[in-house]
Design a protein around this ligand. Structure first.
Ligand code: IDP
Ligand code: MG
Length: 139
């Protein structure tokens, strides 16, 4: 059975574009409930650990540098079928391939600076949310 939690980050490019409000509005209107949220900045070490799974890929070093270049908003979201529905809402990794109206279509700059993160599985949603949030930060 699909889980009801997914984890997202509003990435530094979207924060820089003043798109926190518009992106959260789209997320709320799509039926996601905010379970936990934090405005913070990752160190290079923390970004490297968050994206450890991509270590060795050609884009890894630049991704770590980008993700630690400015503040982000980390959000734990709740909805039925959360992971799959949220991936649909954000669109393809490369905004050139993202469907019209998706968050990446509307706000991404390029394949690296693509506005938002979205968990790819229920298991990773839990791992990623516990990277940012303690029990007492979740509601
Ligand atoms: P996802 O965010 O859609 O799940 P992943 O393949 O998990 O995409 O990649 C993680 C992040 O790494 C992407 O969101 C993007 O910021 C960056 N990235 C992925 N592929 C490329 C690439 O080909 N060039 C530059 N950056 C990339
Ligand atoms: Mg991914």
């Amino acid at each position: 059975m699909a889980g009801n939690l997914t984890f997202t980050m509003i990435k530094p490019d979207a924060v820089e574009k003043n798109a926190i409000g518009p992106i959260l509005k789209i997320i709320n209107e799509a039926g996601f409930r905010i379970n936990a949220m934090k405005y913070t900045r990752l160190s290079a070490g923390q970004a490297g650990r968050f994206y450890e799974i991509h270590k060795g890929r050609p884009f890894y070093e630049a991704l770590v540098e980008f993700m630690s270049s400015g503040p982000i908003v980390a959000v734990l979201l709740e909805k039925d079928n959360a992971v799959e529905d949220f991936r649909k809402l954000i669109g393809a990794t490369n905004p050139e391939n993202a469907d019209t109206g998706t968050i990446r279509n509307l706000f991404a700059t390029n394949v690296q600076m693509n506005a938002v993160h979205g968990s790819d599985s229920d298991e990773n949603a839990l791992i990623e949310s516990s990277f940012f949030f303690s029990e007492m930060e979740r509601f």
